[in-house]
Design a protein around this ligand. Structure first.
Ligand code: FAD
Ligand code: SF4
Length: 521
């Protein structure tokens, strides 16, 4: 029997699990229907971590059930229900032919690839498509384009200040609360010898029946994918997301800022908020996170530096990277300003390395699908940058292995901020450092066979070797960047013998790394 054709078919993707999205405006449950689909390709186009697959599927199934409980018609494809579910566009094409809606409505997807696929299917099936702004964000793409007009460089700080004023966040009488826009200098602390106080055990949400079904499905269907499901404890409903936020505001926000850049052995979570998955799946509104932090400051529960630091991540970085993504896609993904061509070392997928900082950062990534910002930027990102890994290959890794990975936020962070692959559109200079930085910000080096102070020789730290090699290789290209002046002047102090020793040692690191690279990306 042919199903009744809906007036509007509202498409909801796995990162659009908010009931107040624009796609629901004018929704009429007597005439309209929701469409959601689980498809293999979304877990396979990059070789996704099992927890990343699980969080999206579990979030989607919970959202579907919440809609059903409102008596809303949901056309849902489950991976295990025997329907054709290889690619999103194929599934949608089949359903459009069967359902013949008058119109398809969608909130702007988070990925350029998905939006193009969607436009093509609707064109092919001759169904009108309406794409609505994503109100989850403070700003839309046009706001960012407006901000970018006439600017040579696009630094986050200026966009952030505009948004602080426009949305009246941490402002008093038109001026930034406390007198300064940015308290970053107070947010660079490292731990003393004893390390962080008390273990932070992570979020600890126990999987319910629905999530356990998903975990079993992922375990079986994606058995060869990276990572473990054992520790899965992420929020998968708006209620859990609110609890995760509240837990952070009450227990960790006050020290978040100070130790934002610090790392410690076997401490994956430290004082971070762990709300990126909730925000990116749209289980949590960023305004709730910002308001809760602001209130904690007003109530005297957290210092200004911590609160401003946290708000800057959400109101500043998160909005800014989305602007960069949509303004510069699709060509952005192919940028490779430093002509980096090395393959990604295999230990990124296995954690099998004796370099302690990488073992820790990759190990916890495989265990939990999570690493905090400095581990991503200054350990895994830095190593790939110094080694000269092709930024697109690295992008595919970051997109695959983190539970919070969605392309609009992951790509600019990886290619722009971490790899300088956009030639300085995002970062004013490459984020490069020797092993001494990691030694200062963590206790990793104490358990490592290498020595962060040494450039060459048996116990040389590869970060330190590759740092100098990076400067040697890119000396000419970076000469005109005044922010690189000090680093390049230090390079000038090295004699020819030092330089050739560094180049030889760096080439050896590269050749060993390339020999051990598998073919997963
Ligand atoms: P916290 O440290 O507690 O920060 C609070 C919130 O601020 C985060 O939840 C996040 O929503 C936001 N935020 C912080 N830093 C950034 C940033 N640089 N850009 C955008 N938002 C930010 N974040 C993602 O959400 N998804 C990704 O796929 C992702 N990939 C990254 C790849 C690289 C190479 C780097 C360097 C960073 C990446 N980030 C990504 C940014 C950041 O590392 C994560 O948002 C953060 O580690 C998530 O953990 P948390 O929720 O505990 O964050
Ligand atoms: Fe990492 Fe080098 Fe320190 Fe070892 S010595 S932990 S490789 S920074």
């Amino acid at each position: 029997m042919k199903m009744k054709s809906p007036r509007h078919l509202i498409l909801i993707f796995g990162d659009q699990l908010n009931r107040d999205a624009a796609a629901f405006d004018d929704f009429d449950s007597t005439q309209d229907a929701i469409w959601m689909a689980e498809v293999d390709d979304e877990s396979k186009h990059v070789w996704s971590h099992k927890q990343r697959i699980a969080i999206f599927l579990s979030g989607m199934r919970h959202f579907r059930d919440a809609l059903l409980s409102e008596d809303i018609r949901v056309e849902y494809t489950q991976l295990d229900d025997g329907k054709e579910s290889d690619k999103l566009s194929n599934r949608l094409g089949i359903d459009l032919r069967a359902l013949s809606p008058e119109k398809v409505i969608v909130t702007q997807p988070g990925e350029w690839r998905v939006l193009q696929g969607l436009k093509k299917v609707c064109r092919d099936e001759e169904v009108p498509l309406e794409v609505r702004d994503d109100r989850h964000f403070y700003t839309n793409v046009k706001d960012f384009e407006e901000h970018a007009k006439g600017r040579k460089s696009l630094r986050m700080e200026f966009f952030y200040r505009e948004l602080r004023k426009r949305f009246d966040v941490l402002m008093e009488d038109g001026k930034p609360t406390g007198g300064d826009w940015n308290y970053d200098k107070e947010n660079r602390g490292s731990f003393s010898k004893g390390g962080p106080e008390g273990p932070n055990t992570g979020l600890g949400f126990r999987p319910d029946v629905l999530t356990r079904e998903v975990l079993d499905l992922v375990d079986e269907r994606f058995a060869d994918h990276p990572g473990s499901l054992d520790s899965f404890a992420w929020p998968v409903t708006p209620e859990e997301a609110q609890k995760a936020l509240s837990n952070f505001i009450h227990n960790r926000l006050a020290v978040f800022g100070k130790y934002q850049d610090a790392m410690w052995t076997d401490e994956p979570w430290l004082y971070h908020s762990l709300i990126s998955t909730s925000l990116n799946l749209k289980l949590l509104d960023p305004r709730d996170a910002v308001a809760a932090a602001e209130k904690a400051y007003e109530d005297g529960h957290a210092p200004l530096a911590a609160v401003e630091g946290f708000i800057r991540q959400i109101l500043g970085w998160r909005e800014y990277v989305r602007g960069i993504y949509w303004m510069h896609m699709p060509e952005y993904i192919d940028r490779n300003a430093m002509d980096a061509q090395e393959p990604l070392p295999d230990f990124y997928w296995t954690g099998d390395t004796d370099l302690e900082c990488l073992k820790q950062s990759v190990g916890q990534t495989l265990e939990h699908g999570y690493a905090h910002h400095i581990q991503r930027l200054m350990v895994t990102g830095l190593y790939a940058l110094l080694l000269g890994v092709d930024p697109k290959k690295l992008h595919e890794w970051y997109l695959a292995v983190y539970v919070d990975a969605v392309e609009w936020v992951e790509l600019p962070n990886t290619l722009g901020m971490s790899q300088y692959g956009d030639g300085g559109l995002m970062a004013s200079k490459p984020y490069i450092a020797t092993g001494n930085y990691i030694n200062k910000m963590s206790n990793y080096c104490k358990n490592c066979p290498k020595n962060p102070k040494e450039k060459t020789g048996e116990s040389a730290c590869p970060f330190t070797t590759l740092y100098w090699d990076y400067l040697i290789r890119h000396q000419v290209a970076l000469k005109s960047n005044h922010r690189m002046g000090l680093q390049l002047r230090n390079l000038d102090r090295l004699n020819e013998g030092d330089r050739s020793g560094i180049t030889k040692a760096a080439n050896e690191i590269r050749s060993v790394s390339a020999c051990r690279t598998p073919s997963k990306t």
